[in-house]
Design a protein around this ligand. Structure first.
Ligand SMILES: *[C@@H]1O[C@H](CO)[C@@H](O)[C@H](O)[C@H]1NC(C)=O
Ligand SMILES: *[C@@H]1O[C@H](CO)[C@@H](O)[C@H](O)[C@H]1NC(C)=O
Ligand SMILES: *[C@@H]1O[C@H](CO)[C@@H](O)[C@H](O)[C@H]1NC(C)=O
Ligand SMILES: *[C@@H]1O[C@H](CO)[C@@H](O)[C@H](O)[C@H]1NC(C)=O
Ligand SMILES: *[C@@H]1O[C@H](CO)[C@@H](O)[C@H](O)[C@H]1NC(C)=O
Ligand SMILES: *[C@@H]1O[C@H](CO)[C@@H](O)[C@H](O)[C@H]1NC(C)=O
Ligand SMILES: *[C@@H]1O[C@H](CO)[C@@H](O)[C@H](O)[C@H]1NC(C)=O
Ligand SMILES: *[C@@H]1O[C@H](CO)[C@@H](O)[C@H](O)[C@H]1NC(C)=O
Length: 456
């Protein structure tokens, strides 16, 4: 009996080529594990465990394990007639990692089991159900932080792409694959964001999922408002003014408030960057200092203070002129100035030979940009000859017109002036010749740029 067993063992050794220890006991080879390195979750794939020299007449048990966890068998196979171990498996996500198979002789714990090399399995679950989860507010003011995360209802090994209004965002601006963040948002970051997650299987099957759009609104804070006002006549001796408050920046809705000193006159919330307030006024009275305030956040921006005082046009209206000469003392340009003694809202009308002048004509140009006065620029020639005067009225009430004196001006009249002025200056110069040379200098300047009050 003992001998026959020894023969069997020796026979195994010679015929089967299986290793035996020096003591004669059976030694198993290391099995080899074969199978795909990548698999789709829920698909059924097979792994194979091969023993190079299968001992004849021995049943071999093959076990498939997750490396590092031998207590949990993934599959087993008993090979009775020397065939390879086969493990058809429905792939689960948890299978991902290093797998190994173990070979052992059935009902013979005396033979040491052997373990295959490690085989890495990557399990792919197709990406599904992308959506953007904001990790902070999606409606914020400039300078705030935006942080968005792309989450999937399923899928692994995903790579992410972010789009702003349908355009791919440069990946170098993306903090982490699934997180898109802007540390200091500007109004240009106001957009609809989408994330797209992708994974691939076997280098050929591409899965992707696109999230619904998520809108981020970056609001601009209000700039300091500009304040101005226009006066209107409502009926006889009844006036009001329209105070206008305007912003260059700020995302509506904006709350505007009008203050008279510390008193709130009125407030309104509007969907644009400008508003107006109607305030009844009394003429010739100081009506206080007014200010606009604008706000669309917890910060308020203020305009400058403007005094509200409406003085009707009054007193004499004066007209004076200056002229420019060529080198030969020929007057070529004339500037006529018109100014009332008082009046906070004057409106001007120039006349040439009693005919009203418009903003510009063949020989003239009207400047009304300076406050409180109007300038008429005249190119001196044949057509410019004639009588000039100006008329001033309240911009809110044209029934109060006051006229300046009239003045006849033509080339002859004008060219007499430089001669007259030179004579006066020369006379002065000869009488006080020993006085400071400043007088002389002033005289020369006076000669080149004349100034005459129109007091005909
Ligand atoms: C295999 O074992 C059976 C009995 O289990 C035996 O009859 C047979 O001779 C053995 N064959 C070999 C090659 O050892
Ligand atoms: C191994 O043992 C089991 C019970 O433990 C038995 O059912 C089976 O027949 C045995 N196999 C062999 C080849 O001896
Ligand atoms: C993997 O791709 C190769 C071709 O690139 C193809 O022959 C093979 O069948 C694919 N395997 C699976 C499991 O789809
Ligand atoms: C996503 O998949 C669709 C087909 O399902 C394909 O037309 C599209 O090009 C893919 N997009 C990307 C970004 O891979
Ligand atoms: C003005 O502001 C006050 C206090 O903030 C508020 O109670 C009132 O409703 C506002 N009025 C308007 C017209 O917005
Ligand atoms: C502004 O306030 C002053 C003092 O409170 C008041 O006298 C004045 O009439 C106010 N102005 C307007 C336009 O209401
Ligand atoms: C406005 O609110 C922000 C946070 O929303 C806060 O950081 C800031 O200090 C506030 N500013 C003021 C003037 O209250
Ligand atoms: C004043 O203006 C009104 C319309 O604004 C016009 O009808 C009227 O003729 C003007 N009166 C004078 C004196 O210019």
């Amino acid at each position: 009996m003992f001998v026959s067993l020894l023969v069997v063992v020796l026979g195994l050794r010679c015929g089967g080529g299986s290793d035996s220890g020096a003591s004669g006991e059976l030694l198993l080879d290391r099995p080899k594990l074969y199978g795909p390195s990548e698999a789709l979750v829920t698909e059924v794939v097979s792994f194979f465990c091969k023993l190079p020299n299968h001992p004849q007449n021995e049943s071999i048990e093959f076990h498939l394990f997750k490396a590092g966890d031998r207590t949990k068998k993934l599959a087993e196979y008993t090979s009775l007639r020397g065939e390879d171990g086969v493990f058809p498996k429905m792939i689960k996500l948890s299978y991902e990692g290093y797998l190994a198979c173990v070979a052992s002789v059935q009902n013979n714990s005396a033979v040491t089991p052997t373990v295959s090399q490690m085989h890495y399995l990557k399990v792919i679950e197709p990406v599904k159900g992308a959506r953007i989860i904001p990790l902070g507010p999606v409606e914020l003011f400039e300078g705030g932080e935006v942080e968005l995360q792309c989450r999937l209802s399923a899928g692994n090994h995903a790579s992410f792409m972010w789009l702003r209004d349908g355009h791919i965002i440069n990946p170098s601006l993306i903090r982490a694959d699934d997180i898109f963040a802007i540390s200091r948002a500007t109004s240009e970051d106001s957009a609809s964001y989408t994330c797209v997650a992708t994974n691939t299987f076997n280098g050929t099957n591409v899965f992707n999922t696109s999230s619904p759009e998520l809108h981020v609104t970056v609001k601009a804070r209000v700039s300091n408002p500009d304040i101005s006002f226009t006066v209107f006549k409502e009926s006889y001796q009844s006036y009001f003014c329209v105070v206008s408050c305007q912003l260059t920046r700020g995302t509506p809705p904006i709350k505007f408030s009008l203050f008279n000193g510390t008193d709130l006159v009125s407030n309104v919330t509007v969907q644009e960057r400008r508003t107006t307030f109607k305030v009844p006024v009394v003429l010739d009275q100081h009506l206080g200092l007014f200010q606009c305030q604008a706000s669309n956040s917890n910060q308020t921006a203020n305009s400058r203070w403007i005094p509200l005082e409406i003085v009707p046009v009054g007193g004499p209206v004066t007209m004076h002129f200056e002229y420019d000469m060529e080198d030969n003392y020929e007057v070529i340009y004339l500037r006529l100035y018109c100014k009332p003694e008082r009046g906070s809202h004057p409106s001007f009308q120039w006349y040439h030979n009693k005919k009203p002048l418009h903003d510009r004509g063949s020989f003239y140009y009207v400047f009304n940009q300076l406050p409180g006065q109007s300038i008429l620029l005249v190119s001196v020639g044949e057509v410019s000859a004639g009588t000039y005067h100006c008329e001033v009225s309240d911009s809110f009430d044209n029934s109060t017109a006051i006229n300046s004196k009239r003045r006849y001006l033509d080339r002859k009249v004008l060219n007499r002036i430089p001669v007259l002025v030179s004579a006066v200056v020369f006379g002065c110069f000869s009488v006080i010749v020993l006085l400071v040379s400043a007088c002389c200098a002033a005289g020369v300047i006076f000669r080149r740029r004349g100034y005459v009050e129109a007091t005909l």
